[in-house]
Design a protein around this ligand. Structure first.
Ligand code: GLN
Length: 493
């Protein structure tokens, strides 16, 4: 595919990351031209509030990539513009995590993923909006204001990686990075109609990712094709000595073909079949029909323990958050409210710097860990976590992949759940169990549901055994080949 030297910043299908890297390597275009195209698109889409900041060093990076290309280096992501979530450190950029408390924090170092992206020739254009400290499912709690869904700006893009999802859905950049602790890559991918992959825990380094709940956090990409997902995973996955939980598993990602679907054993998780909207249900059925049509076997399987996943998840995530966020006291990082004594200063800093949801979680998390309650809450939740992991392992004796909707409903309205924390937590019903079990899962844009006259994307989640992340992209390529992936751009983007 030929890419014009100064691509149009308006409508029309946009080239993939794979196409762009090829064009740069063939010297049909330059990283600088791709960067200015991305900046023009970001500018035209400012009303979506997908970004918190731009990378002032991007132009210099683009020039450096061009020099490397001219020197003959074969860079897998040559000149590809990318947006990363604002909880991933990129040297010289602000890393606010969507919080007032880090409003003026500038990263002194690169996260491992950022270093690998730059090494592979990508140009990090900017930092994506997110729920404060990645706590949320709607990207409404950011100190930088909410992100809007390009399919219907009255609706949320999902969260907490809403800005990263919108970056790809609205074609600002072909790929982006988010983080997924309980669904924050998959659910926004579903709400905006793109792919979102949560890798096996330990598959992608978390070094330089600001911690929310360390035993659950994982960085993952958004993309518009299985081929692009494979491209970026082959760059960012792999062992990192700077992350103690990093696994030794060299990435071997490639998009599959319909032939790969033949004989695939697909298990539909029975517990996920209740409470879905009509459009989610019909999208799931259409996806299962496509799989059967391609020669896969499809059967229901029960994983009873997932009914307790939401309760266990929040009883684990909040205590971990309360201890991870203890470091923001105004003494070493970010904003400080000064007072005559240190205790008052710390109190005011935290009271002023953290938003309501973050404060709620610190309080609940501290409570669940406190003496007398630890056994009742935290250690019980850890037992449930063990059961969930076991139940998944048992199911994988009979199935190659498991499937559920990514969310029981498509994107909801701004304000619809933000005043009701429990309703917001319940939105994660299909995603949190996967993080508790440490498994890889992919949200595939598989259909649409028309709500009040507006077409909204619907995502289907595929789950693979530990370290079998590659299977998910084999499957996605196969689904693309049989026409079961509905990848469209919202009107005007
Ligand atoms: N919505 C979930 C939460 O608020 C998941 C967030 C995430 O994956 N970062 O914890």
């Amino acid at each position: 595919m030929s890419v014009p030297a100064t691509p149009s910043s308006t409508d029309g299908p946009q080239p993939s990351a794979t196409d762009l890297a090829r064009a740069v390597l063939a010297q049909d275009t330059t990283p600088q031209a791709l960067l200015s195209n991305a900046l023009a698109r970001i500018d035209a889409a400012q009303h979506l509030n997908a970004l918190i900041s731009l990378n002032a060093g991007a132009e210099a990076h683009a020039q450096a990539v061009q020099a490397r290309v001219q020197a003959g280096e074969t860079l897998p992501l040559a000149g590809v513009p990318i947006i990363v979530k604002d909880n991933i450190n990129v040297r010289g950029t602000r890393t606010t995590c969507g919080s007032r408390i880090l409003a003026n924090y500038t990263s002194p170092y690169d996260a491992t993923v950022a270093r690998r992206l730059v090494h592979a020739g990508a140009v990090i254009v900017g930092k994506a909006n997110m729920d404060e400290f990645a706590m949320g499912s709607s990207t409404e709690s950011s100190a930088s204001g909410p992100t809007l869904n390009p399919w219907d700006t009255a609706r949320v893009p999902g969260g907490s990686s809403g800005g990263s999802a919108v970056a790809v859905a609205a074609n600002l950049t072909p790929i982006s990075l988010g983080s997924d602790t309980g669904g924050s890559v998959r659910q926004p991918a579903a709400f905006t109609g793109v792919y979102g992959l949560k890798p096996t825990y330990g598959r992608v380094s978390r070094f330089g990712l600001v911690a929310y709940a360390s035993s659950l956090d994982q960085i993952g990409p958004f993309a518009r094709s299985a081929e692009d997902l494979a491209l970026i995973m082959n760059v960012i996955a792999g062992h990192d000595p700077q992350d103690a939980t990093s696994l030794h598993a060299p990435p071997q990602f490639a998009a599959g073909t319909p032939d790969d679907l033949r004989g695939l054993r697909v298990g539909v998780i029975r517990e996920s079949l209740e409470g879905n909207t009509a459009g989610v249900e019909s999208t799931l059925n259409a996806t299962l029909d496509a799989l059967r049509g391609a020669g896969a076997s499809v059967q229901e399987v029960s994983i009873a323990s997932v009914r307790h996943a939401i309760a266990a998840y929040y009883l684990i995530a909040m205590p971990e958050a309360s201890s991870n966020l203890a470091r923001y006291d105004g003494m070493t990082y970010g904003d400080r409210s000064t007072a005559p004594d240190v205790n008052t200063s710390m109190t005011l800093t935290r009271e002023h710097g953290f938003g309501r949801e973050v404060q709620r979680r610190i309080l609940l998390g501290t409570y669940a860990l406190s003496s007398g309650y630890y056994d009742a809450y935290y250690s019980k939740a850890m037992k449930v976590r063990g059961l969930i992991a076991q139940d998944f392992a048992r199911a994988f004796a009979d199935f190659d992949v498991l499937v559920t909707p990514t969310s029981p409903f498509p994107a909801f309205r701004h304000g619809e759940k933000s005043s009701d924390p429990l309703a917001m937590y319940a939105a994660d019903v299909d995603t949190v169990a996967i993080n508790l079990a440490g498994l890889p899962a992919l949200s595939v844009p598989a259909g649409f549901e028309t709500v009040d006259g507006v077409r909204l994307p619907v995502g289907i989640q595929f789950i693979a055994p530990t370290l079998k992340d590659e299977v998910l992209l084999t499957l996605a390529g196969g689904l693309e080949g049989v026409g079961a992936v509905q990848m469209e751009a919202p009107a005007g983007y």
